[in-house]
Design a protein around this ligand. Sequence first.
Ligand code: ZN
Length: 189
Amino acid sequence: MLQNIKISDVANLPSRFGKFKVQAFKQGHKEHLAILREPFGDTPVVRVHSECLTGDALGSLKCDCGDQLAYALNMIEKEGGMVIYLRQEGRNIGLLNKINAYALQDKGFDTVAANHQLGFAADERTYEMVQFILAHYGIKKIRLLTNNPQKINAIEGVEIVERLPIVIDPNEHNENYLQVKKEQMGHLI
Ligand SMILES: [Zn+2]
């Protein structure tokens, strides 16, 4: 179990997506956020979303992160639950490396090959903070909103009773990216 985690108070966050509460969890220099929509019962819908500045904040069409985040926030507003927003930008290679990977993609590399070219695995993300946050709320069972079967195995310490898919229409820019996710990374899309 993780240690030396600082936890903020819970605050209201009304948003265009719904009436949320937020609570921050600080581990080292990384600050993560739980976005809560109550009531969520004993088997909440949970989305584990990793930070993607370009997709989440800039509306990038290179990936589907912004659409996935919006889908998840709309879903928890309806069903109750939480989005756990992990600050692991660029599948945890950081913003600078991600932009370098994008520059390689401009030269024709796909998303996996670009990461390899920079000396990283296709996916460097970790999920131990998820276990910590769910335990913090006393949650033992979840319905996990994901298309990524590896996430089902990576999230420990909690029973995943159901996998809920995220359905997003591709655009002309991310069609190839989504194809690579499906064929090389095993995503169920
Ligand atoms: Zn993204």
